[in-house]
Design a protein around this ligand. Structure first.
Ligand SMILES: Nc1ncnc2c1ncn2[C@@H]1O[C@H](COP(=O)(O)OP(=O)(O)OP(=O)(O)O)[C@@H](O)[C@H]1O
Ligand SMILES: [Mg+2]
Length: 287
């Protein structure tokens, strides 16, 4: 390498470091960012995020980042056995400080291609601090600029409420995946989320679109109730309703207790198969 080109390379490196902070370089990928969101608690947002992420990495060779925007920290709990801790700054620090990027704090897991950004115990306070700022809704979008170039898919686990963190996730996202249990309250939550998505499309993120509505925690024995809710869902949201259905399976909470994904803990179980089918359908819809 000539002296001049070596100098140019080093100057380019310096420029990149100035633009993206210390220790991180831009990659060559362009991730699709998917927010997993529902306006109801306990419908399976975290379970879907974790198992979908593992299936995309393990079965499809995708490079996947899971971002936990919920102070409950359930992504880390669900993967406690496979997650490799990364000392250093927290999600709160990165969201609060300008010109920081999530890529600085991604942590690997024992699963090839799967990385995480954990939530932290200060996230509630962080949300309050962010709420007082102009442009607060853009904090995650800005903090994902560099991370996006290192992954194929970024999945964001949202909290159940419509606070600044959820809005910032919907503003950062290209797509929203909506888990819905087959209950009347679940249906209300879906209606409320579609209203929210419309508001975000009209204001802060015109390119946001619904990836799909996935039925979760489905107890196949509840024939009458399931049929009633499904009929309403397919009337209101026909094009959005996904074919894959995540049934209730004891393998799912059992895997969470072990701190692993159901795909690694019990790969032949119904829970693993349902999530694997969802990953295939998600990729089909992204294409
Ligand atoms: N397919 C399933 N089969 C059996 N149990 C499930 C299934 N999916 C989720 N669960 C259980 O339902 C509960 C809620 O799931 P999860 O935490 O994923 O929901 P959530 O929407 O993220 O909740 P929150 O609103 O509190 O963040 C958990 O105890 C989980 O183990
Ligand atoms: Mg959750």
């Amino acid at each position: 390498m000539s002296v001049i080109s070596a100098f140019t390379q080093s100057a380019l490196g310096d420029l990149k470091r100035l633009a993206f902070g210390p220790g991180v370089e831009p990659g060559s990928r362009k991730a699709t960012v998917i927010a997993i969101s529902a306006r109801k608690g306990g419908v399976g947002k975290t379970t879907t995020t974790v198992n979908l992420g593992v299936a995309l990495a393990q079965n499809h060779g995708k490079r996947v980042l899971l971002v936990d925007m919920d102070a409950q920290g359930h992504v880390a709990t669900s993967l406690s056995r496979d997650r490799l801790d990364r000392p250093g700054d927290t999600l709160s620090t990165v969201l609060l400080e300008k010109r920081r990027d999530l890529q600085e704090i991604v942590a690997p897991t024992a699963i090839d291609g799967l990385w995480t950004v954990a939530s932290d115990t200060n996230l509630h306070e962080t949300e309050t601090l962010l709420s007082a700022r102009i442009g607060k809704e853009l904090c995650l979008r800005q903090a994902l600029k560099l991370a996006r170039t290192h992954f194929d898919i970024i999945l964001i686990d949202c909290p159940p409420n419509l606070g600044t963190l959820t809005v910032s996730a919907l503003v950062a996202a290209d797509k929203v995946l909506i888990p819905c249990d087959l209950s009347t309250l679940g249906l209300d939550g879906v209606d409320a989320l579609f209203d929210t998505v419309e508001t975000i499309q009209d204001s802060l993120n015109p390119t946001l679109s619904v990836l799909g509505l996935v039925r979760t925690r489905v107890d196949r024995r509840n024939l009458t109730m399931n049929a009633a809710i499904e009929s309403t869902l397919s009337t209101r949201y026909a094009g959005h309703l996904m074919g894959s259905i995540i049934g209730i399976s004891s393998s799912v909470p059992k895997a969470q207790l072990e701190g692993r994904s159901v795909l690694t803990s019990d790969p032949k179980s119904r829970g693993a198969e349902d999530h694997a089918a969802l990953a295939t359908e998600v990729l089909g819809r992204l294409r």
